[in-house]
Design a protein around this ligand. Structure first.
Ligand code: EPU
Length: 469
């Protein structure tokens, strides 16, 4: 196991996907070494692709900074290029310049080639309807963590006046006339649907009132971008957002907020392996709910908010970890994307922990693999938290009881989704022996240079034989 040093290479420039494309799709991880050192966060995976879509609304080029080298960025780049947007790297490191000035039609064949890769295409609807009067959206992809319907998106688009035609090859949308502002109440504070409404309302005629909106920090950053472009958006109390449509938006220059979901993943890796990781770029403000939970389970952290050197150091202070009862929720609750890495750390806590997943109905399925490593995790259909959720009456295994501490042993693991993938790496690093984790290209969707970072933290691993997927 000597490949660690070989993986510590200079990071490629933005848009260079070739390095990861050539890597094998499996990794052998030898556990037992506490992860120690420093990693640097880049822009948030759940903001950057949406910010790229927002560039379509501008009448001039936009500059997006702090862009991570992840496959979701490459996918959206391809999609935007299929619509005529010019995407190139800027003069500043990690900057993308997106120029939509030549967008006048959609190349359906090229767009269809992106079917199944990501859920981002659905967000192109509003901007394309404003820009060229129609949109074609092929079948969506994204992590398989539940049904992930798009009914809220389509209902909202219809309310703006779009005509939606579902055909075998995907969705065809038309705007017979300029879209009009409207009143929308989301059945659930969905992140994507809130973004859909924002990206559509900013150029619609008149005022849009959105109720029951999601307010995740990534959405607030998207609103900041739209405001820079010339949009008029007010975020009111009680999940209400007002958007006054304008006739024209300009390009923007923006630095994407750092990825708080990645930050929490590294924090959990420190906790589960008994390590100590400084996550440079992590911000306290967007992670308060996570930090409370991290402290309650026995983790230690220290916030450094010195300008230019900000970050949060996470470590295991020794002694037994504590159990807790936890429910995932929309912001400002405990994010569902933090749940999976934390569950791995909870396998090392003393006693019974309860996790109630209320955002995605199938996001606890990944625990089967942890059980194969020796963890004791029992799944339940009932809502085991204090609050009944949408899934309680619907036969989904969405609550977990985790009994610890358990010694984890090596296993063969197949990654089902992005966050589960990173969680399997954490579990393998906490386990005795060498695990093989298959499907690591899924991790590249949201974790920039995860192998480089693991190597820098002293993890022992090597890639499998060069089986390009
Ligand atoms: N929902 C519907 N109908 C809709 C839209 C959503 O029923 O039309 C339901 C979903 O099935 C789910 C719930 O509403 O049960 C919340 O879904 P939401 O729309 O909030 O999720 P999303 O926009 O598809 C984003 C992130 C996810 C993150 C969720 C929740 C991106 C690209 N994805 O998904 O990120 O878990 O918000 O915060 O921003 C991840 O990073 O690993 C990830 C999956």
């Amino acid at each position: 196991m000597n490949s660690t040093s070989a993986t510590i290479l200079p990071r490629p420039l933005a848009l260079d996907a070739s390095a990861s494309a050539l890597r094998p799709d499996r990794i052998h991880v030898t556990g037992g070494t506490p992860l120690t050192g420093e990693v640097t966060l880049r822009g948030a995976k759940n903001l950057v692709p949406k910010a790229m879509v927002a560039a379509l609304l501008g009448s001039g080029p936009s500059r997006l900074r702090n862009v991570p080298q992840i496959s979701d960025v490459h996918i959206v780049t391809g999609l935007l290029e299929a619509h005529g947007v010019t995407v190139r790297t800027g003069e500043v490191r990690d900057e993308l310049v997106l120029d939509p000035t030549s967008v006048d039609k959609a190349d359906h064949a090229e767009i269809a080639a992106h079917a199944g890769e990501s859920r981002i295409p659905i967000l192109l609807c509003g901007p394309l309807l404003h820009r060229i009067g129609h949109a074609f959206i092929p079948d969506l992809g994204g992590c398989r963590i539940g049904d992930r319907p798009i009914d809220f998106h389509l209902d909202a688009l219809r309310a703006f006046g779009a005509v939606v035609d579902k055909r075998a090859d995907g969705l065809h949308l038309e705007a017979p006339q300029r879209l009009r502002g409207t009143k929308i109440t989301l059945p659930y504070p969905s992140v994507g649907s809130t973004e859909q409404v924002l990206l559509t309302a900013v150029l619609a005629e008149g005022v849009t009132e959105l109720r029951n909106a999601a307010t995740e920090p990534e959405i607030v950053d998207l609103i900041a971008i739209l405001q820079k472009m010339g949009a008029i958006i007010s975020v009111l109390d009680n999940r209400v957002i007002h958007i006054t449509g304008v006739d024209r938006l300009e390009g923007y220059t923006h630095r994407a907020l750092p990825d708080r979901l990645e930050a929490a993943s590294w924090a959990c890796a420190a906790l589960a392996t008994g390590g100590d990781i400084l996550v440079s770029g992590a911000q306290q403000g967007s992670m308060m709910t996570f930090l409370n939970v991290f402290r309650r389970v026995g983790g230690a952290f220290e916030v450094d908010d010195t300008p230019g050197a900000a970050g949060i150091r996470f470590w295991h202070p020794g002694g037994a970890l504590k159990t807790l009862a936890l429910e995932t929720d929309v912001h400002p609750g405990f994010q569902t994307d933090w749940q999976q890495p934390l569950v791995v750390a909870l396998t090392q806590a003393q006693g019974l922990s309860i996790v109630h997943e209320t955002v995605y109905e199938k996001r606890l399925g990944f625990t089967n693999a942890l059980v194969s490593m020796g963890a004791q995790v029992q799944l339940y259909r009932e809502c085991l938290g204090g609050t009944p959720c949408r899934f309680g009456q619907r036969n989904f295994m969405h609550s977990a009881v985790i009994s610890g501490p358990t010694k984890l042993h090596a296993a063969e693991l197949e990654i089902p989704d992005l966050r589960a993938g990173f969680s399997y790496l954490i579990a393998a690093l906490a386990a005795q022996g060498t695990s093989t984790v298959h499907g690591i290209s899924l991790i590249n969707r949201g974790y920039e240079d995860f192998a480089f970072k693991l190597g820098a933290l002293g993890a022992r691993f090597e890639f499998g034989e060069n089986a390009v997927d």
